[in-house]
Design a protein around this ligand. Structure first.
Ligand SMILES: Nc1ncnc2c1ncn2[C@@H]1O[C@H](COP(=O)(O)OP(=O)(O)OP(=O)(O)O)[C@@H](O)[C@H]1O
Ligand SMILES: [Mg+2]
Length: 260
């Protein structure tokens, strides 16, 4: 009997992304960028502002093509958006005229899911991200953190195999952020999704990641790939352990060595 290989393997091979603008010099956002993320792995990505983190996620989501190199999903080149890969943008892009529930339902409507199944899924997601009471509000009536959670739920609605998260918890207060880190891990334990998480928080990077990848300043490339030796399942009190502070020191040293 052959067992089907798990899917959700993401690779970035020697990516360079150059943005050309008519009126200005070209910007090179990434150069010589490599990354290999195994199915079901969580990789945290940390690096200075403008080093190309969001650009890297856009390439992996098939939204922009690299100038050099290629991105692959399960060994196949990524040429465009794919329902198996879900991206939660740094600035939540919700449809302003739709309620929170309708926003979350939007991608599954487009995918043609039967209404009953759609409603069940939306309801479950509203609870999971703590927005059950806000289901009928419109994006303009939400706080920044609520918008981020709505955007996360909308991406989860399609049950992607790969979840690309661009600073998804940056607008949350410290306590809510920790709670959502725990929620995200619970979800991941259940679904086994591959997750690439961009964050500016060293603590969050360590708490969530199997590995923490540190990028250089622009053009971004990997300067360190650090394994997090904290066993799972992880709980918040683990953040006080010695292994965590040693890893944090290592990450900080790499970030400081790469300051422009
Ligand atoms: N569509 C675009 N056209 C031109 N330049 C772009 C475009 N998108 C990004 N850039 C440039 O590419 C570089 C990398 O941007 P990117 O948004 O990927 O950085 P980042 O690492 O996500 O930064 P931050 O931490 O602030 O979110 C920046 O100099 C940015 O101005
Ligand atoms: Mg960004």
């Amino acid at each position: 009997m052959t067992v089907a290989a798990r899917s959700g393997h993401i690779e970035a091979r020697d990516l360079t992304v150059r943005f050309r603008r008519r009126d200005a010099a070209a910007t090179t956002a990434l150069s010589g960028f490599h990354l290999d993320v195994r199915p079901g792995e969580i990789v945290s990505v940390i690096g200075p502002n403008g080093c190309g983190k969001s650009t890297m996620l856009r390439v992996l989501a098939g939204l922009i093509a690299p100038s050099v190199g290629m991105a692959l999903l399960d060994g196949q080149p990524i040429h465009g958006p794919d329902a198996r890969v879900g991206l939660v943008f740094q600035e939540p892009r919700l449809l302003p005229w739709r309620t929170v529930a309708r926003n979350i339902a939007y991608p599954v409507e487009l995918a043609g899911l039967p209404e009953a199944e759609r409603e069940t899924r939306v309801k479950e997601l509203l609870h999971r991200v703590g927005l059950a009471d806000a289901a009928d509000l419109r994006p303009g009536q939400l706080s920044g953190g609520m918008r981020q959670r709505a955007a996360l739920a909308r991406t989860l609605a399609l049950q992607p195999e790969v979840l690309l998260l661009d600073e998804p918890f940056s607008a949350l207060d410290a306590m809510t952020r920790e709670r959502f880190n725990v929620e995200l891990l619970k979800l991941w334990e259940r679904l086994g999704t591959t997750i690439i998480l961009v964050t500016h928080s060293i603590a969050e990077a360590i708490f969530l990641g199997d590995r923490v990848v540190v990028l250089s300043s622009r053009p971004g490339h990997v300067v360190a790939d650090i394994r997090v030796e904290v066993p799972r399942p992880r709980t918040l009190d683990r953040l006080d352990e010695a292994a965590v502070s040693a890893t944090a020191r290592e990450i900080r040293a790499h970030l400081e060595a790469n300051e422009p």
